[in-house]
Design a protein around this ligand. Structure first.
Ligand code: FAS
Ligand code: PHB
Length: 392
């Protein structure tokens, strides 16, 4: 039998960051990850960090590569068809900036620092099951290299994403779920070519598009696509042509078409499961919530959940104080719902909804024109886009 203070289910950014931050607090954890390390590190996910995430990564010793390879931004641009370019100017209205730095690189850094610090991350842990989460002696069973194992612990952190086992271990009688699905997805491309200098969203009658980046030689682009689209329908040349049609000509002329090294379709979903705690089980990250990527909030929410949870666990294990544990779910959910709302709002504003009538399209156009004309509206959007503060 294995024993630890905190059993962490899932070795994505939430699980690995929690394990690292608990280590810094002198609290022992073991991470159980279903996939191989290579599989986890091959995922292409988030790319833009809120100011709170940037600060936290620096504070916990994970800022060196981010500051070396990341690209700081004063906000993000919106290219609206037949309108001048508009900057969500987070620096002007909040004094804070964003950072373009890929989730994959963050996960690589987390694996590196956990290995350096002797962290226990068990890859390819199969058939994970949670037990006695409502009691005071929870434990986890799993299979590793064909051997059934048991991990006794004080706390279980469910960091196993949307399709994980943790959320499903909470009795339906105490669970409330909220969901909105969208009639389109994002076709994403990673290209070995210099990106635009800016992070730029585009609203066009043909559909939404986004130009982003991972490094000075790696570009990340997305176009809105119909649900059920097959990637095979989008050869590179067709993608590049459509992407450029959705940006103003002077922007499209700056887009460099490089070799495409990854192409995939991500569905868009808004989802929240309440509460984020049941007994000794605490959910963090995508295990508890999903946001459409329009607001670049998914990874950043995982970070703020982990900040709240690590603070609660440190108070409990080190000082026997349960206040932050008892407050965890409500506190995390306040920030989750703020991110859900702004992500939903930006998705509504920037995408073309197939069933929208001409009145609805005029509403969106007027909202964008109002945003461009109002400092108050721009300040409100900027503070939400750069990331609301973490509650004390
Ligand atoms: P993750 O899903 O990253 O990690 C969960 C881990 O748990 C995985 O490694 C999984 O293998 C493991 N696991 C699952 N079930 C398990 C089990 N039963 N036992 C053990 N381990 C188990 N966010 C943005 O901000 N911008 C984006 O552009 C963006 N694009 C995305 C594209 C896709 C296709 C997806 C799915 C998400 C995207 N996101 C984006 C959101 C994404 O970045 C998440 O917010 C982020 O990965 C959250 O991290 P975790 O909560 O650690 O969950
Ligand atoms: C990305 O770089 O992948 C990215 C940037 C901004 C978003 C979503 C994704 O809103």
């Amino acid at each position: 039998m294995l024993r630890t203070q905190v059993a962490i289910i899932g070795g994505g950014p939430a699980g690995l960051l929690l394990s690292h931050m608990l280590h810094l607090a002198g609290i022992d954890s073991i991470v159980l990850e279903r996939q191989s390390r290579d599989h986890v590190l091959q995922r292409i996910r988030a790319g833009v960090l809120e100011s709170g995430t940037i600060k936290l990564l620096r504070d916990v010793g994970l800022g060196e590569r981010m500051d070396r390879e990341g690209h700081v931004h004063d906000g993000a641009w919106i290219a609206w068809e037949d309108r001048p370019l508009f900057l969500i100017d987070t620096r002007k209205f909040t004094g804070r900036q964003m950072m373009a730095f890929g989730q994959t690189a963050i996960t690589e850094e987390l694996y590196r620092i956990r290995t350096r610090n002797g962290g226990q991350v068990i890859d390819e842990a199969k058939n994970v099951e949670l037990h006695d989460i409502a009691g005071d002696k929870p434990y986890v069973t799993f299979a590793h290299n064909g051997v059934e194992q048991r991990l006794d612990c004080g706390i279980i952190a469910g960091c196993d994403g949307f399709h994980g086992v943790s959320r499903r271990s909470i009795p339906a009688s105490v669970q409330r779920t909220f969901e909105r699905t969208y009639a389109f997805g994002w076709l994403g491309v990673m290209s070995e070519a210099a990106p635009l200098n800016e992070i730029m969203y585009a609203h066009h009658s043909r559909g939404f598009a986004l130009a982003s980046q991972r490094s000075p030689t790696l570009s990340r682009y997305y176009i809105q696509c119909d649900l059920g689209t097959d990637v095979a329908e989008w050869p590179d040349e067709k993608f590049w042509n459509e992407l450029k049609r959705r940006f103003p000509q002077d922007v499209a002329d700056r887009i460099v078409e490089g070799p495409v090294i990854e192409k995939s379709i991500a569905p868009l979903r808004s989802f929240v499961s309440e509460p984020m705690r049941h007994g000794r089980l605490f959910l963090a990250g995508d295990a508890a919530h999903i946001v459409p990527p329009t607001g670049a909030k998914g990874l950043n929410l995982a970070v703020s959940d982990v900040f709240f949870l690590h603070r609660a666990l440190e108070a409990w294990f080190k000082r026997g104080e349960s206040r932050y544990l008892d407050l965890y779910s409500d506190m995390a959910l306040r920030r989750v719902w703020s991110a859900e709302r702004i992500s939903w709002h930006l998705t509504q504003l920037l995408h073309v909804f197939p069933d929208e009538d001409p009145f609805g399209r005029r509403m969106h156009l007027n909202e964008f024109d109002y945003l461009r004309s109002s400092n108050a509206a721009q300040a409100a959007l900027a503070e939400q886009y750069v990331g609301l503060p973490f509650e004390d």
